[in-house]
Ligand binder design. Structure first.
Ligand code: SF4
Length: 370
């Protein structure tokens, strides 16, 4: 079932590695921005009011940095403008340096039932080096407020000087705090971010070192009872993220807010990345879409295959046939034959052998534009 994504683009300060659409100096625009976001929800709701949505996700930026009443208001607006399933999954991303008891109480009252908390690392000096505004104690305080709730912890790999022992401590703290889900992403040094200079100076771990950290972390997570269900996502039984699973199944979703992207009716479209332009457009009654592309034919099939193969469930021949009316192994006969040794078959499913899930990008290149 489709999902709704809301982008909250404010942060207290810019992390040194951040390439997301976030504006650390414009928190004073939160009220005006949220008024526009409510308006966009109304406009989108008019188009999609009949569709039933199963997930809502507040991402950013830092959704937890703004007044929690705006989040409450956004949920009220969603319920007014859209049809939600009986038991929707509603997630909010939180920076541990911005959370208190009152905020969590308001989120829960708004219907939020899943929390995604940015731990990143349990080594304070590394958090400082990354430009994060929180320390490990903030994370522990934040998660103590989430006792008994469904929450995920974010962990980063490939940090300057990061050792296996640092990672062991980080995973122990994330697991010990009660996280039902852990997302673990390798730091990507994007050109234009301050951390890119560290990368050019050779101060970050290289690809082989990150791979070693990843493999080590996977072992630890398995021992702690987290199952890898996507290359970067691990969950206790019954706690996979429904919102993200929908992306990997090439399900439809609507993105609301500056820079948010959507996939609906076979089209991928994206809102402007410019905060002022976003607000101007909405205030003039227009949707602020800057890119809009119909994805069909081979491109749609490639997307389906590449997204499905990111997951440990792999690609289902039946689901592919249902979507496209053909057999995926015939449609991709050449790349499939070339890479067959990397896959295993499990009933109607084809998936990467465990050891190749992490290095899949190189293999998947063969499936693009086939
Ligand atoms: S908190 Fe997240 S969005 Fe904000 S600056 Fe840091 S990495 Fe970027």
């Amino acid at each position: 079932m489709p999902g709704i994504y809301l982008h909250i683009p404010f942060c207290r300060q810019k992390c040194r590695y951040c390439d997301f659409t976030s504006f650390p100096n414009r928190l004073n625009f939160a009220e005006a921005y949220m008024a526009c976001l409510f308006k966009e929800l109304e406009l989108r709701g008019k188009e999609l009011g009949d569709v039933c949505f199963d997930t809502v996700y507040f991402g950013g930026g830092t959704p937890s940095v703004i007044d929690p009443d705006y989040i409450y208001g956004a949920m009220k607006q969603i319920k007014k403008c859209f049809r939600l399933s009986k038991d929707p999954e509603i997630t909010i991303e939180m920076n541990p340096g911005t959370v208190n008891e009152k905020k969590i109480a308001i989120y829960k009252r708004a219907g939020i039932n899943r929390f995604s908390v940015g731990l990143q690392t349990a080594i304070d000096s590394q958090l400082e080096e990354l430009g994060r505004i929180h320390n490990v104690r903030d994370y522990l305080y934040c998660t103590s407020l989430l006792k008994g709730e469904n929450f995920s912890a974010d962990v980063m790999l490939g940090l300057k000087g990061q050792t296996k022992e640092d990672l062991r401590k980080t995973i122990a703290i994330a697991a010990g705090s009660g996280a039902s889900h852990i997302s673990m992403y390798a730091l990507t040094p994007e050109d234009g971010t301050p951390i890119y200079t560290d990368y050019l100076n050779g101060e970050l771990p290289d690809g082989d070192e990150v791979r070693e950290l990843y493999d080590y972390a996977c072992q630890l997570l398995r021992k702690e009872g987290y199952e890898r269900y996507e290359v970067s996502n691990f969950a206790r039984e019954g706690f996979r993220s429904r919102h993200n699973l929908n992306y990997w199944r090439r399900g439809e979703y609507i993105g609301v807010g500056v820079s948010a992207s959507s996939f609906f009716f076979g089209r991928r479209f994206t809102n402007t990345f410019d905060l002022d332009e976003y607000m101007k457009c909405i205030l003039s009654g227009f949707l602020p879409v800057v890119e809009n592309e119909k994805v069909e034919g081979k491109d749609a099939k490639s997307e389906f295959v590449m997204l499905a193969l990111r997951t440990s469930d792999g690609i289902s021949a039946a689901r592919y046939r249902e979507a496209f009316g053909s057999d995926w192994k015939s449609d991709f006969a050449v790349p499939y034959a070339k890479n067959r040794a990397y896959f295993e078959e499990d009933g109607d499913r084809t998936k990467f052998l465990d050891e190749y899930l992490y290095v899949q990008n190189r293999i998947l290149m063969d499936f693009i534009g086939e």
